[in-house]
Ligand binder design. Sequence first.
Ligand code: MN
Length: 735
Amino acid sequence: MKELVIDLEAEKKEILKRYRALLRACKPTLQKGDKRMIRRAFDMALDSHHDMRRKSGEPYIYHPIAVAQIAAEEIGLGTTSIVCALLHDVVEDTAITLEDIEREFGKKVAKIIDGLTKISGVFGANSSLQAENFRKMLLTLADDVRVILIKLADRLHNMRTMDYMPRDKQLKISSETVYLYAPLAHRLGLYAMKSELEDLAMKYMESETYKFIAYKLNEKKAERELYIKNFIGPIQEILQEQGLNAKVYGRPKSIHSIWNKMRKKGIPFEEVYDLFAIRIILDSTLENEKSDCWKAYSIVTDLYRPNPDRLRDWISSPKANGYESLHTTVMGPKGQWVEVQIRTARMNEIAEKGFAAHWKYKESTSDSGLDQWIQKVRELLGNPESNALDFLDDFKMNLFSDEIFIFTPKGALIQLPIDATALDFAFEIHSDLGARCIGAKVNHKLVPLSYKLQNGDQVEIITSNKQTPKEDWLNFVVTAKAKSRIKASLKEEKRRKAEDGKDILERKLKSLKITYNSENLHKLATFFKLNSTLDLFYGVATGAIDLKDLKDFQTSEKSVENRTPNTIEPNQLEGIINRVKAKDSDTLLIGEDMQKIDYKLANCCNPIPGDDVFGFITVNDGIKIHRTNCPNAAKLMASYGYRIVKAKWTSQKELAFLTGLRITGIDDVGLINKLTTVISNDFKVNMRSITVDSDNGIFEGSIMVYVNDTQHLDNLIKKLKQVKGVTSVTRFDSE
Ligand code: MN
């Protein structure tokens, strides 16, 4: 073993060097006395993290310094935030208390650091520590948005330095990042940070694809740069002629966004045309910036023909996160579409630094979408009914969406997310209006509640006093506000009904001589496959539960001792998690008979041996094995991190696993025949189903086959691709 030799003197020098670099980054915002305060925070952090090291072996203090540097440089935050960033881990990880912080640095700093400190404690199976922590963080967001901004800086640095973490931690942290932090960065207008977070997460979660796209991008770099040079040359010339000062450059799109496009459109890398965008950043004054941007637009579109469907004017109506820019897509040389983004230096700073830059210019913007958004978060958090996980789901939905603009009958402008319905609009105006809504008039025409609004619609809501919120409303509303209000009112209604059911059930149990106690009620709920006793009472009240089935329950109760349980009761969950996690090796081996614990392969992603997988402990269905790139994985890991177990395959040849293949091609006589010959005869693989669609000579088929492992599958795919007429063969997730 190699002995670790640490040169303490050299380290001390390095720490001071990094601290000085931080001070240089803070310079633009420093005021009298600030430097001393930052120094005091640095000294406290250095002293309290004194003996701690990161997984990489580096002194721990490197981390808070780096977080503070990101806060200053990449988000543009000021001294209070720098102080908080330096101290962000001391309360959680060292002997220093919040009171110490308050004494030294005052109430404001202490409050922000409290927001940055995780809650500890135990949460039941229906809750999630991560979700509760996130909710806590959002609660402080309503008070002080700097908590989230520093948290984002913290996350970004952790993601940048994650190579030394164990694989399961990397996956869990990456999942949280794509699920929560990247959308948040997006919502706060931190576009550069959002892209970097997504790219870093992809590097760990989809490393093969990540490396592949990075390689492909690099391969064509010189060619692309030449193209950009030729494209922007004439633009620069004319801008200058017309007296517009501007920086014009090409910017590569992020690996993650390219990958997204490939998945969404189902196309190979070669067919993604917009691997870069052109940016025109104008030097302009506040009065002239709009007309200057349109001047530049006119110059670009005189040179290159624009696609009329791809003009986006976020200067006249900025996005809710403050983003302002003019986007157009034009036809460049060699018949290639090129996206051009036109904005001023001020708008660009907002696009890169988001919230903080936005505040700097606040006087200049008449009303701020971000303010409205934070107001909405505040309202949502004010609803004590929602449970942390539900809340998270609803909240997340509102993070990524782009917005549309809707007018009230009096002409007031309301911002809503894309796909919002007339009912969302009603709830947006007022909860009561939403609850009593029976229809709407859109541009004077009568439409149903579920009508999807279009940008610029004028909406009038029609109500009735007899109306109450309905369960199926949840199927079409999209705003978090509408969802949480509908849920709260349904819950209230359910609770009222359940009271009746409770009485009925109590009488019935008495007549069957079953004791009415909480133990039996829970057993009953499980027997009817319900989540709670509230659902049980409600089911009885509505007649969804047939009371005659109580007899079956009685008999099943008597035979229960002879039955081996194949499901996990909620209260056993803790025990199982501990058992699985406490084993010598904390990894679940799939395919081994020794394993006493039941596992099943998840049918959302159909894992096969060779896939990167993890185990997820479910409440009713044992352990489910998912692929780490399963569409559900990010959410599971982010919300229920403690229920994840590491899993890997033991080598296994005799078992066959079901997986799906999507095949496209040119429909040729006998193509299906050729494909099935390869599958059944050449490969001796069993097929479970085959569906084929043929449209105008284009062939599209899905085939479910049984394979042994990824190697086996890869060989099969390779062979199928060689069949004449086949253009692509890809694996797909679920049936
Ligand atoms: Mn940290």
